[in-house]
Design a binder for this molecule. Structure first.
Ligand SMILES: Nc1nc2c(ncn2[C@@H]2O[C@H](COP(=O)(O)OP(=O)(O)OP(=O)(O)O)[C@@H](O)[C@H]2O)c(=O)[nH]1
Ligand SMILES: [Zn+2]
Length: 363
């Protein structure tokens, strides 16, 4: 038998896009990154499904011919791919993630919560008006970088200003790594301008303040009003009906949009790398400061202050970098403190138990 060398030849329709329709799983975001983690045997025994919603006592999963709720799985996040164990759904395997967004629980309980997994693009949304705030954009971009997600800045309400050049220039100055798009979120513009990041099988999310146009953008991508604004009714723990937003939107012929409640109140935590990526130029300069722990305030031999003196770097940018680092450090310290307090508490409990035991009271 001769070897079939035709596989080495370019296909006859080389250059043309793949003509076949994406499979159901591919539409949901299934990619080689995930299939490579699974053996044929595991695939046949436990079908892959994606977590599209997390409720207090159930997970909603969707796959090829699967659309059901299962018991919660420890450590699972919206957007996760799991290999659904038909006999024991709670023991289903969570596949390694492409990305993960975490946040710290609000209030005094500052545990880390998993917000969303396997997002590929974060659209950091701001409008071209009083909401436009460089520091806020930088903050969201740091969160995206930290989570291994590519950020894209989207400036909405371009129709409400005379010209967008000023906003575009300011947003573009944030980082060479972040593309910037200005548009009217209503109508057809989002489909064309956000198209490159919204192909079938890709998962995206919108981050930004209330009212900047996140739902409007989702609707525009979907080509209908119904999807993003459609409330769903579900029973809460007390059996009442509550209205929540859908967390995962499948755009017909397009991408997956993740919109979890936690995403709307993200804090900056454990994001040192993300911050340094946004301020890569300052971070690089700082390595040339004379003192390793230079705060770039008034230290002699400070390379950052020197660059400001020379006009290479804007002083306001240094101030924002410092503020963001301080915010992050503050959030992290609280967790460290909490951890050490937990440890202390555990030690105390053990000491008391031991003392009781030593006294002959083992209860
Ligand atoms: N003129 C104009 N109006 C817009 C644009 N984008 C959004 N809007 C309007 O701004 C309002 C708020 O838009 P939403 O899409 O609800 O904002 P959101 O970011 O989803 O807000 P939250 O749900 O509170 O987080 C709506 O009345 C939109 O019609 C835009 O590009 N141009
Ligand atoms: Zn310095």
């Amino acid at each position: 038998m001769t070897k079939d060398y035709s596989v080495f030849l370019p296909p006859r329709n080389a250059g043309a896009p793949i003509q076949r329709q994406p499979t159901v799983l591919e539409t949901l975001g299934w990619q080689p990154f995930f299939s490579q983690q699974v053996s044929a045997d595991e695939l046949s025994r436990t079908p892959p499904v994606r977590i599209v919603e997390i409720h207090r006592s159930a997970l909603h999963v969707v796959g090829d011919n699967v659309d059901r709720t299962i018991v919660p799985i420890e450590g699972a996040a919206v957007g996760d791919w799991i290999m659904l164990n038909p006999e024991r759904p709670g023991a289903s395997r969570i596949l390694a993630r492409k990305s993960l967004i975490k946040r710290r629980a609000p209030g005094t309980d500052r545990r880390l919560q998993l917000i969303a997994a396997n997002i590929e693009t974060i659209f950091v949304v701001s409008s071209c008006n009083q909401d436009f705030n460089i520091a806020r954009l930088e903050r969201y971009i740091a969160i995206a970088f930290e989570a291994d997600i590519a950020p894209v800045i989207v400036l909405t309400k371009s129709d409400l200003v005379d010209e967008t050049d000023n906003y575009l220039a300011k947003a573009q100055a944030i980082s060479d790594l972040v593309p910037v798009v200005a548009l009217d979120a209503r109508g057809d513009e989002p489909k064309t301008k956000l198209g490159p990041w919204c192909k079938p099988g890709q998962t995206v999310a919108f981050l930004g303040s209330s009212g900047v146009g996140k739902s409007t953008l989702t609707n525009a991508l979907a080509g209908s009003d119904a999807i993003a604004t459609q409330p769903i009714r579900e029973d809460d723990a007390k059996g009442r009906h509550t209205t929540t937003r859908r967390q995962l939107h499948l755009i017909p012929g397009g991408c997956v949009v993740l919109d979890t409640p936690g995403m709307r109140e993200l804090q900056l935590t454990d994001a040192a790398l993300g911050i340094d990526t946004v301020f890569a130029d300052l971070h690089a300069l700082a390595s040339h400061c004379r003192f390793k722990d230079c705060q770039h305030v008034s230290e002699p031999g400070c390379a950052v202050l020197e660059a400001i003196e020379l006009g290479d770097i804007e002083e306001a940018r240094l101030t924002r970098w410092r503020k963001l680092k301080a915010e992050e450090a503050f959030n992290n310290t609280s967790l460290a403190e909490r951890r050490s307090k937990d440890k202390e508490f555990g030690k105390m409990v053990r000491r008391i138990k031991k003392a009781k035991f030593d006294q002959g009271d083992a209860s």
